[in-house]
Design a protein around this ligand. Structure first.
Ligand code: ADP
Ligand code: ASP
Ligand code: MG
Length: 438
């Protein structure tokens, strides 16, 4: 069975929800993962922030505006009075839950309940849309099978065990709708797979049921060779290797949650990116199939912190890097890029939660410097070819841009440069112009 995932814009209006219905009712049974309607999760974050700052009245106003928006969606979405009434009941119930988070003390459990409402509402509304139109659809609550472990990482073994009996009990349906993004943690509380996590839900479910293909439906015709939000004249890529797509997603290509590719690559399940607004387009196929050689795409990841440790102890010493890495391991902070010289090492992190503690411990090794507001620009493709040397093209393209770090050769598919974020747009555009648009 295939898994289809539709993002926020794809379910962002009654009209788009109807397009989703047309796409998924092609006669083949499938699991359909849905995001919240576009903008909703941002609004839910805003509500949480108000409550965190004890601005309860402000939170109530935002909740009531959001509820009015959904009342309108319900009125437009269904044709019959019966289904409109059912839709309004869904909205009333979910907003009762939301409103009941306002009183009393605010904390992480409440925050997660609030953030989950977007997906809970969109899936309930679309399931009823399908039913109103005579389709055999059922809602599978993802909170019953999506799990993360103590390290907040997806627990695929648990997901596999939990989803199978649920599918068996509900067999005989054509469309199995479920929520992206949300899950339960080891305490049994509601949690999530981080922003944009519905993509990851889809490939996790794909791997759990050994699906033949996962399709990620969004608002663009596939993976482009650069970020269309910053660069003009980007082009769609027809085929990407799992490795290439994984690097691009991890290094900032917003079209995919950073971890989306991992379960698919592990289980060798092709991932196809498709455009809900243009379903005829073949999109981008991500698989293990060998594709054309050469450079494929560029992506950028912001909010990077560079840390340089200079220490005479590093000179000719072994075990120094291990000692440095242990500090990051202790604080569960992953390192993205690393470069070394004779007596210093530079590395980057994107999570500053324990930065102060890390810096305090690193201070014992030598002089430590920290640069914030950095961006990793990642160039992906088959970089290391005997016939063609791509590094020259890359360096020519970024000439004049101050580069803080370069990483090349870690894998044959990736070259990364670290720059100040203020140079990001210029760097992306010059790379596009010289690598893809010549
Ligand atoms: P969804 O809500 O469907 O998950 P997202 O907004 O998360 O959609 O992802 C799609 C958006 O990703 C596109 O509209 C585009 O602006 C952005 N994007 C960033 N980098 C790329 C890229 N390399 N290729 C295609 N889209 C990209
Ligand atoms: N609704 C969630 C978000 O906006 C998850 C997703 O859309 O993938 O982050
Ligand atoms: Mg997304």
């Amino acid at each position: 069975m295939k898994v289809f995932k539709f993002g926020g814009t794809s379910v962002g209006s009654p009209e788009n929800m109807r397009s989703v219905m047309n796409i998924i009712t092609d006669g083949e049974p499938k699991i359909v993962v849905l995001s919240a309607m576009s903008g909703t999760t941002n609004t839910l974050v805003e509500i949480s922030n108000c409550l965190y700052n004890d601005k309860k009245d402000e939170a109530r106003i935002i909740i009531s505006d959001l509820k009015a928006k959904y009342a309108k969606v319900v009125a437009d979405l269904y044709e019959t009075t019966e289904y409109r009434a059912m839709g309004q009941k869904i909205i009333d119930e979910q907003f009762d839950t939301l409103e009941s988070q306002v009183d009393g003390e605010f904390g992480p459990v409440k925050e997660q309940i609030i953030l989950a409402q977007g997906e809970l509402i969109s899936t309930a509304l679309v399931t009823n849309l399908l039913k109103e139109n005579g389709h055999k659809a059922v809602l599978l609550p993802s909170l019953e099978f999506m799990r993360i472990n103590a390290d907040k990482q997806a627990d695929l073994a648990a997901i596999k065990d939990l989803i199978k009996p649920i599918l068996e009990i509900n067999s005989g349906n054509d469309i199995y709708i479920t929520q992206g993004f949300i899950c339960r943690n080891i305490y049994g509380d509601i949690d999530n797979l981080q922003r944009g996590g519905s993509d990851y839900t889809a490939t996790l479910i794909g791997a759990a049921i050994d699906s033949e293909e996962v399709q990620i439906w969004t608002d663009i015709d596939g993976f482009h060779n650069n970020d269309p939000r910053y660069v003009e004249n980007t082009q769609k890529i027809d085929n990407l290797l799992f490795t290439e797509a994984a690097e691009l997603a991890y290094f900032g290509a917003k079209i995919l949650h950073p971890l989306t590719i991992l379960p698919a690559r592990e289980a060798n399940i092709p991932v196809r990116l498709k455009n809900t607004m243009n379903p005829e387009d073949s999109g981008t196929l991500i698989s293990n199939d060998k594709t054309i050689d050469g450079l494929k795409a560029v992506a950028a990841k912001d909010n990077i912190i560079a840390i340089k440790i200079r220490s005479d102890r590093m000179l000719m010493a072994y075990g120094f890097l291990r000692a440095v890495f242990q500090v990051f391991e202790k604080y569960k902070t992953s390192i993205d890029m690393i470069t070394t010289s004779e007596v210093s090492v530079s590395l980057t992190i994107d999570n500053d939660k324990y930065l102060n503690q890390i810096l305090e411990e690193l201070d014992e090794f030598g002089d430590v410097e920290v640069d914030r507001d950095q961006t990793i620009v990642c160039i992906v493709g088959d970089m290391i070819s005997e016939e063609k040397v791509f590094s020259k093209q890359v360096f020519e393209a970024i000439e004049g841009i101050p580069v803080r770090m370069i990483s090349y050769g870690g894998s044959r598919y990736n070259m990364s440069v670290l720059i100040k974020s203020k140079y990001k747009k210029k760097t992306l555009q010059s790379l596009s112009d010289s690598l893809f648009n010549d």
